[in-house]
Design a protein around this ligand. Structure first.
Ligand code: IPM
Ligand code: MG
Length: 357
């Protein structure tokens, strides 16, 4: 089969980790007889430097015309003082919104070979954990009304959290459907003791929970959830939450797996075209040094094969290769832990993944 992939390398370590992912994809292509056509597009800081905007129209058009988008990372200190609508991150948010990618899947799973790299106590991670964070991605405070005005304390700035019933219902359905294919448990995280938007969120989730009566359901307040993730991560199967809570909790869950460099993500909507990217940032200080961990990006490419291209066998092969490679002790520096092997660079670990394929 043939697929057209829009490549947004972005800033910082973005280009290196995307090169790793395409190297692995090309190997998969060779094995299974698929051809992946890549189109390199500008977004983020590099796009600001070259075109003056974080998401040029042609990038957006090309993303829409592709079978999927693979993105490295955007942002960096160089662009930190630009106004909000011109920041690199705005480019990323605009793609999510324009492509209607309302679901963000972030699987946080502890590999058994990385237990000692987790910052959590050994007895807490003894039995491992495997949670799927389902983050709402095109609503909430990220996209609500914002502005500046004069207030009691001088100039005031505001951002608004709001959710519509339909928005909550569609993300809730994704979570319940996924749970049916996993361990049949959904935790919905909100702040319903304080926020009206969370109370609506909870009402809708309760309606769905009745409909999906074969799935066990619980509500959890976000402050408690932040605590439970480090205290007993094994209790979570599918976690569903709003855009901002999902952003925060997914970094927390990620680092509990050993390194934020390991976590992939899939952003999907109602069409086949999704966007796949690691959950970490552009790590500008590491850029160009061949020491970034590309595994989160390679695993994102695997998610693209599974969710957008329906190539389950190919996706599973990549995931399995990475798991076996880690079991044999091959590591990048961020997950070296107790391994006695020399840490591998970005390119070298990519070659290892290819060998293990
Ligand atoms: C993420 C990132 C983004 C977000 C930033 C870069 C806009 O932190 O994907 O988690 O907040 O969604
Ligand atoms: Mg984040």
């Amino acid at each position: 089969m043939e697929f057209k992939i829009a490549l947004i390398k972005g800033d910082g370590i973005g280009p290196e980790i995307i090169d790793s992912a395409t190297a692995v994809l090309d190997e998969i292509g060779k094995r299974f007889g698929h051809t992946f056509h890549y189109e390199e597009l500008l977004a983020g800081g590099v796009a600001i430097d070259e075109t003056g905007v974080p998401l040029p129209d042609e990038t957006l058009a090309a993303c829409k015309a592709s079978d999927s988008v693979l993105l490295g990372a955007v942002g960096g200190p160089k662009w930190d003082n630009l106004p909000g609508h011109l920041r690199p991150e705005r480019g990323l948010l605009a793609i999510r919104q324009e492509l209607g990618l309302f679901t963000n899947l972030r699987p946080a799973k502890l590999y058994s070979s990385l237990k000692s790299e987790s910052p959590l106590r050994p007895d807490i991670v003894e039995d491992g954990f495997d949670m799927m964070i389902v983050r709402e991605l095109t609503g909430g405070i990220y996209f609500g009304e914002e502005g500046r005005r004069q207030g009691k304390f001088g100039e005031e700035a505001y951002d608004t959290e709001s959710y519509g019933e339909g928005e909550v219902e569609r993300i809730g359905r994704v979570a319940f459907e996924l749970a049916r294919k996993r361990r049949k448990h959904v935790t919905s995280i909100d702040k319903a003791n304080v926020l009206e938007s969370s109370r609506l969120w909870r009402e809708v989730m309760h309606r769905l929970a009745k409909e999906y009566s074969d799935v066990e359901y619980i509500d959890m307040l976000v402050d408690n959830a932040a605590m439970q993730i480090v205290k007993n991560p094994g209790q979570f199967d599918v976690v569903v939450t709003s855009n901002m809570f999902g952003d925060i909790l997914s970094d927390e869950a990620a680092v509990c797996t050993g390194s934020i460099g390991l976590l992939p993500s899939a952003s999907i909507g109602s069409t086949k075209c999704g966007m796949y990217e690691p959950i970490h940032g552009s790590a500008p200080r590491m850029a160009g040094e061949n020491r970034a961990n590309p595994l989160g990006t390679i695993l994102s490419a695997a998610m693209m094969l599974r969710h957008s291209f329906k190539l389950e066998e190919e996706a599973a092969l990549i995931e399995d290769a990475i798991e076996r490679m880690l079991e044999d002790g091959f590591r990048t520096k961020d997950i070296l832990g107790t391994s006695t092997k020399t840490p591998l660079g970005t390119k070298e670990i990519t070659q290892k993944v290819i060998e293990y394929l």
